[in-house]
Design a protein around this ligand. Structure first.
Ligand SMILES: Nc1ncnc2c1ncn2[C@@H]1O[C@H](COP(=O)(O)OP(=O)(O)O)[C@@H](O)[C@H]1O
Ligand SMILES: O=C(OP(=O)(O)O)[C@H](O)COP(=O)(O)O
Length: 436
């Protein structure tokens, strides 16, 4: 098996017979913040799959998750307009000049319990060609999507009942949920065009030209700390920022930073221990402390790491000072690299953006490295902060933009794209349905 070609057991959309079939397709259109599309890049990358399905006679039912509406502590799913798919549907309708139906399903505090029979009329209209597609509500609004109880199986079965075929084109959605994994137990399932392309490009981070430098920052500490620990073993240098860096600094220097939980500091301890022996982490030496969770003149300041004495309590740490990228060790790491993977929003957006901007321009100055970016917010920041650079490198062979950041980290942790649970589920499905 090689990751340059596709896994021989991966069922491919191009091999599916779609004529007259209802095709349930899972995308990662998770690009909506507070009800508005921030950057449609992830949607645009899936239009080829949608076109292919329709052109070959398939009738599509689309689905995606948006945000993280499940409040794990309260056990409540927030089904408000902020995490609705409506903005995605508006975008598709204006881009494709087509109409999509969004079924309205009743939701309680635990989300949507079931797909009721009102969907049948929508499917009838879909089959009759009266609408271009159906777009289901946010998958994470359904009780069963992330549940560990029987609701999960029942949601997967209800989804399967809507369609003849399942297609996964949601590279960014690596978490094993009902709409990415369990559904494959019930329908013949295939990898879409985007998923296939992303898997091919993963070879560049799984078998990288060295030195290989990863820059990881942002806010999703809970799901990224495990993969970062594994990533550490495979990189030559690691640069951290954002909330992830804050937890590392607490563990390393014995300081406390406002908003950083004790259990997160404990989890970062493993990284600190590893780095004592291997010394791969290149520290950004200047951090920005703020008294408020926002930007207020006079309320924030730059602190050098040399002032982090044990026991010191800092306020919020909300950015990396851009001058950190003039540090010789940082310049050397980013300047000498042959492969750079970036899943890194360096500061608390939209208030603090200097760190991310300095990162992007420093990386671009390395003309020999392959530069691979991944992550919804990471790409959006790149585009917003360096619009000229972003446009000029979109078709540059030295750059590649993945539609998921956590997915790339997870694949590195698994050392293979086929270790991603939704991809493994497709391979299992092909065996079960006897197609490979
Ligand atoms: N120091 C910080 N404190 C709080 N939030 C931060 C900090 N640094 C970055 N962030 C936030 O991290 C988010 C991006 O993180 P994440 O979702 O993990 O990135 P991506 O979508 O690129 O994978 C942004 O909303 C940004 O505001
Ligand atoms: O935005 C996403 O991931 P990313 O921020 O790591 O790129 C994906 O939609 C996955 O979202 P999740 O991390 O809430 O499962």
């Amino acid at each position: 098996m090689t990751i340059h070609g596709s896994h021989p057991g991966l069922p491919l959309l191009q091999d599916a017979d779609l004529q007259g079939k209802v095709v349930l397709v899972r995308f990662d259109h998770n690009v909506v913040k507070k009800g508005r599309i921030i950057d449609p890049f992830r949607i645009d990358r899936t239009l080829g799959t949608l076109f292919d399905i329709v052109v070959r006679g398939g009738r599509p039912i689309l689905m995606t998750h948006v945000g993280r509406p499940l409040d794990k502590k309260a056990g409540v799913i927030n089904t408000g307009p902020d995490s609705a798919v409506d903005a995605i549907v508006d975008y598709l309708e204006s881009k494709l000049h087509s109409r999509f139906l969004v079924p309205s399903l009743p939701a309680g505090p635990q989300g949507i319990q079931a797909i009721d029979t009102s969907i049948n009329l929508a499917i009838k209209r879909l089959r009759a060609g009266e609408v271009a597609g159906i777009y289901l509500p946010n998958t994470r609004w359904f009780t069963g999507e992330e549940s560990k109880g029987p609701e999960r199986q029942s949601f997967a079965l209800q989804l399967a009942g809507l369609a003849d075929i399942f297609v996964n084109d949601a590279f960014g959605s690596w978490q094993a949920h009902a709409s990415t994994v369990d559904i494959t137990q019930h329908l013949p399932s295939y990898a879409g065009w985007l998923l296939q392309a992303e898997i091919r490009h993963l070879a560049e981070v799984l078998e990288p030209a060295r030195p290989f430098v990863a820059v990881v920052a942002g806010a999703k500490y809970d799901t990224k700390i495990g993969p970062i620990n594994a990533l550490y073993d495979q990189v030559d240098k690691l640069i951290l920022g954002g909330v992830i860096y804050n937890t590392y600094l607490c563990a390393k220097y014995g300081v406390r930073i406002q908003g950083v939980a004790e259990e997160d500091i404990a989890a970062a301890g493993e990284l600190v221990r590893k780095d004592k022996a291997a010394g791969k982490i290149v520290e950004l030496p200047l951090i920005v402390e703020s008294d408020v969770l926002g930007r207020q003149e006079g309320a924030f300041r730059t602190i050098p790491l040399s002032e982090l004495t044990p026991g010191r309590h800092l306020g919020y740490v909300l950015d990396i000072d851009a001058a950190s990228f003039d540090d010789p060790a940082v310049r050397e790491a980013l300047g000498q690299a042959r492969t750079i993977f970036v899943n890194a929003v360096m500061g608390f957006t939209p208030h603090f953006t200097s760190g991310s901007q300095a990162l992007d321009t420093t990386i671009d100055a390395n003309r020999q490295a392959k530069k691979l970016y991944g992550g919804g917010d990471t790409l959006q920041e790149f585009k917003d902060l360096c619009p000229g650079l972003y446009l000029s490198v979109l078709d540059d062979a030295q750059y590649y933009f993945f539609t998921g950041g956590g997915s790339v980290l997870k694949a590195i942790e698994e050392r293979s794209p086929y270790g991603l649970a939704p991809v493994a589920a497709l391979i299992e499905n092909a065996k079960r349905f006897g197609r490979r």
